[in-house]
Design a protein around this ligand. Structure first.
Ligand code: AMP
Length: 282
């Protein structure tokens, strides 16, 4: 396993592999790796000849400066973790290398980005679009692996690939959770033990809403009961809770939908966490 910092180096290495008909799997991350990231890496290793894990805390996708400043970074620990997972290259560019000029291009994804994360994190998906585009150009992947925990990001990346004709298969992977149900996240490192306990209620609320949905309750009742549940948890403050079509992210109007996603974002100890649950009618 080699750690590469330069965009030119990763480009020529991966291009060379591609010329030799090797399939390249890319796992884009911001580091502080956990089991969720590793599940993507394992899948990439199973499906490709070469695995590249990128580690880059992308400043352009942070709308909150203190979130960016406090984002956990530990390349040495990440390298150690990845060493036994069949990874060939860690690509860890510096900020200067990635953004020698501040980009002026703007991504406008339409309605898909105007709700949920896009609504509460202005410019977030513009930053995601830019960095994913750069990573795809630099790493020449055949497949790229994304977590469905970030459902909206996954949908937007799929759209980016279609609209910009990237020859990349986007693979969405299920959310890996702690035994408490809390979705694994690099930001969880910043939670106290009590904070993690509080944060586990995000998932508990989603499961409770799943039961209501399966009993045939409509979106309004399911959502308001969910909001009541969250409001009773001291230390948890909800930013949004939505019941949406998992492809378009538009709000669903009734219970007759084949599949819906329950999506939630909230704060615990000042740390922003998101989660979602995908429901399919049997
Ligand atoms: P991040 O480092 O947070 O930008 O995440 C890098 C990738 O890992 C993204 O595609 C995330 O959706 C994915 N990911 C993060 N947490 C999890 C998780 N708990 N389970 C599965 N995938 C995850």
């Amino acid at each position: 396993m080699q750690v590469i910092h330069s965009p030119d180096d990763i480009f020529s290495i991966t291009l060379n592999q591609k010329i030799n008909h090797r399939k390249i799997g890319l796992v884009p991350t911001m580091g502080a790796l956990h089991q969720g990231h590793l599940s993507l890496v394992e899948r990439a290793a199973a499906e490709n000849d070469i695995v590249v894990v990128s580690i880059f805390v992308n400043p352009l996708q942070f709308n909150n400066p203190s979130d960016l400043q406090n984002y956990p970074r530990n390349l040495a620990m990440d390298t150690g973790l990845l060493s036994s997972f069949g990874v060939h290259f860690i690509y860890a560019p510096g900020e200067e290398a990635m953004y020698p000029f501040r980009p002026v291009i703007k991504f406008d994804y339409g309605p898909l980005a105007s709700v949920m994360e896009g609504k509460f994190r202005p410019d977030h998906f513009e930053g995601v679009g830019l960095v994913v585009t750069k990573l795809f150009h630099q790493c020449n992947p055949d497949r790229a692996y994304f977590g469905l925990k970030d459902l909206q990001q996954y949908l937007l990346v799929r759209r980016l690939v279609m609209d910009l004709s990237f020859a990349v298969e986007v693979v969405g992977m299920p959310t890996i959770r702690e035994t408490s149900g809390l979705a694994m996240s690099s930001r969880n490192q910043r939670l106290s033990q009590n904070g993690s306990r509080i944060a586990a209620n995000l998932y508990r609320g989603l499961r409770m809403m799943e039961d209501l949905w399966k009993q045939g309750k409509g979106p309004d009742e399911t959502k308001s009961t969910g909001i009541e549940f969250y409001e009773e948890i001291p230390g948890l403050s909800i930013e949004y809770l939505e019941i949406v079509d998992p492809e378009t992210l538009s709000n669903v109007l009734g219970n007759q939908f084949q599949a819906v996603a329950l999506c939630v974002a909230g704060y615990v100890e000042g740390i922003r966490l998101i989660d979602n649950l995908y429901l399919r009618q049997d």
